[in-house]
Design a protein around this ligand. Sequence first.
Ligand code: OKP
Ligand code: ZN
Length: 344
Amino acid sequence: MKAVYNHHHSLHQGKSEFFRGAQVPAFERADRADHVLAEWQRRKLGEVVAPKDHGLAPILAVHSQRYIDFLQTAWLRWVALDPGNAPRDAFPSVWAIRTLRDDVLPDSFAAQLGLFSMDSGTPLTAGSWQAAKTGADCALTAADLVLAGARTAFALTRPPGHHAGADFLGGYCFVNHAAVAAQHLRGKGASRVAVLDVDYHHGNGTQSIFYDRADVLYVSIHGDPKTEFPFYLGHADETGAGAGAGCNLNLPLPAGTSASRWFEALELALAKVRAFAPEVLVLSLGVDTFEGDPISHFKLTSVDYLRMSERLAALGLPTVIVFEGGYAIEEIGVNTANALMAFA
Ligand code: OKP
Ligand code: ZN
């Protein structure tokens, strides 16, 4: 299997995030990807290749023009607010919540940042756009490899993408790489694409982008949003709308869920994917289901990722794997490589 590695990922380095009013070191760190790459190479899982520049069109196929325009210039506008001072990461301070208008683009940078954000936990930095844009290129290049006949390809990128919606950032995510890849696969002739999201957190962005469509299935196993981020989406009664009715499956599990219970949910997820009979699978692979993850609460162990890999590979589908979350830095390489093992 080839890994398409985001050589620009470390241009995005959030310094901190908020935790109960305190600013704490960011969990989504640059060395996450370094550890995965090191373990990939140690196990000789395959060639590491560079992403091909796909331009903006495939990103604009799932994100709004105004949001991508904003992201491209956001850092320079933020820095220009405070010339002469050492730049700090940008965080929103105001939101266009219910009853407020989101159809009029304000001139104020702070107001635009809030309009295009779902949380205050996603530091926007000098290189955030470049890292996320190159991440999309990784997912697109991996999709191209699969379209050209590869059984599997792995987009090794950070920050993650599955919380980013058509018109907003959040949950450490700026560009929804899995959605960009799924839409690209559709455009290149795959008639049905399934996205299976095994990250601890519900991929609210991916779900919402495809919610009313019958050509892209979204299936997710995640911490129950009643207690877990992203809180406001990911419930079991969200099954799709309009033409997409029945093309969305959420399998929320309570914080504290054991590996055996998680694997029961995986069988339901796999059955849904099989019944949809997709031509290609996009796997949003997060390893924050690990028992040692500092911000998540499932109980999978490192060996469980080997079993996960076997069950996923047994679908027998051409698969584009996109890296999402996982914050236990010491084990992230082993856990991710284990999850890829049966594909390699
Ligand atoms: C991104 B991905 C922890 C707050 C957590 C957001 C979590 C985003 C996870 N202090 N805030 O799905 O792994
Ligand atoms: Zn996650």
